[in-house]
Design a protein around this ligand. Structure first.
Ligand SMILES: Cc1ncc(COP(=O)(O)O)c(C=O)c1O
Length: 394
């Protein structure tokens, strides 16, 4: 029977580790990983998380099922943290297994509506959106977001592309620390985008994966807050994998702002979709998050650790620009210092990207994404030297 199973494409980020392991070069560097790492390639457990876990072990009295939409207290605390005063009764919330399942539940829901909307995506964007939307049989279209070789957001083209959207369509955008580009819209661009969405009746869907990695937890929540305050209907997905460093514990949430007559029906729809798919979300990661957010001392501790991760990434970004200028006398990567989050795209053609791995043992995700957080001081020089060589080769 299984001889009928067709080849499935595997996410290039997932197979990056296999290619890296198989590379016989001794002096190799893996920049494909999609998580925060220090310069030694380590992803430590945050102290605030350890403390919350200890508390949970001591106080948890039951491991029975929760509602299909998870722990209401977790959703409430998180919803208020992110959306501030704009979060309230009209929202349907669900605790989900990371951000990926929040995205999938929403994609299923939109695709199952009698008149399914088109979901508009930025290009390039998070590599799992298309597989998720495709698996859900959702209808989607793409608008240009970023020019890799010019290292610039293609803002006007994005707005132009969105003019083809119809009222009731959905625009799926990311919060700060855009994956994979590292390039975020300016406040003015974001305002102009919201003006266009509002004028055309397009529903905003924002996906937040790196809260706290651009400026601060509060500042990074501002895009979601503005959307939540301004639109009568909107969708917010969040993963806490990176912000709390709890990747494998799978903490995420889906928040949907609805009009009052739709709220309870939407809640039942979300519950039914959760039931038939991922079913109950794991509890451990979300309980850790709730414990931290509800305890002022733990929250301060965690915010300090999040600030340290952000500061390290910002420092590496600045170092890349500084080393290139002082050691190589060029500024082709100067844009990296102005970007945010874990990722940036190298301005390389496909051939140059292949040469970077083949000739220099530097592994990047297909399309040029590098994990900036992974770079130590000597790696930076190695990367810039290799880039200079592959881009000057005839
Ligand atoms: C933009 C974006 N959204 C969603 C996710 C999914 O997060 P998770 O793996 O926690 O489900 C990621 C993970 O890398 C991401 O970068």
């Amino acid at each position: 029977m299984f001889e009928q199973v067709e080849e499935y494409p595997v996410d290039p980020i997932m197979i990056g580790a296999d290619y890296f392991a198989a590379d016989p070069q001794r002096d190799k560097l893996n920049l494909t990983v999609g998580i925060y790492q220090d310069e030694h390639g380590q992803t430590p457990v945050l102290e605030a998380v350890k403390l919350a876990e200890q508390r949970l072990v001591e106080t948890q009295t039951s491991k029975s099922y929760l509602a299909l939409t998870g722990d209401a207290a977790y959703c409430r605390v998180l919803g208020h943290e992110i959306m501030g005063d704009a979060f309230g009764n009209g929202w349907v919330s669900a605790q989900t297994s990371g951000g990926a399942v929040a995205l999938r539940v929403m994609a299923d829901l939109l695709a199952q509506m009698p008149n399914p909307p088109t979901i508009w995506l930025q290009t390039p964007t998070y590599g799992n959106y298309v597989p998720i939307l495709t698996a859900a049989h959702a209808r989607f279209a793409q608008v240009p977001y970023y020019d890799r070789l010019k290292a610039q957001i293609t803002f006007d083209q994005m707005l132009d592309g969105l003019k083809a959207a119809r009222a009731g369509d959905v625009f799926l955008m990311q919060g700060m620390c855009h994956n994979p580009t590292g390039a975020d819209m300016t406040a003015e661009q974001f305002d102009a985008l919201l003006d266009l969405l509002e004028a055309r009746g397009i529903v905003p869907w924002i996906d937040l994966a790196y809260l706290g990695f651009a400026q601060s937890w509060d500042a990074d929540c501002s895009m979601a807050r503005q959307i939540a305050a301004r639109f009568p209907e909107c969708i917010v997905c969040i993963t806490l994998s990176k912000t709390f460093g709890i990747y494998r514990d799978r903490a995420g949430a889906l928040f949907v702002k609805t009009q009052t007559p739709d709220r309870d029906r939407m809640h039942r729809a979300v519950s039914a979709i959760v039931r038939s798919g991922a079913s109950h979300a794991p509890d451990h990661g979300p309980s850790v998050v709730r414990t931290i957010l509800q305890d002022p001392a733990l929250k301060t501790h965690w915010r300090k650790e999040l600030d340290q991760m952000r500061a390290r990434v910002a420092q590496v970004r600045q170092q890349i620009a500084d080393v290139e200028r002082t050691e190589f006398g060029t500024d082709r990567l100067a844009y990296i210092a102005k970007q945010s989050g874990m990722f940036s795209l190298l301005p390389l053609t496909e051939t140059q990207e292949t040469a970077l791995t083949r000739d220099h043992g530097i592994h990047v995700v297909k399309g040029g994404r590098v994990n900036v957080a992974r770079l130590g001081e000597s790696d930076i020089t190695k990367l810039i030297r290799a880039m200079t060589e592959v881009t000057s080769a005839k």
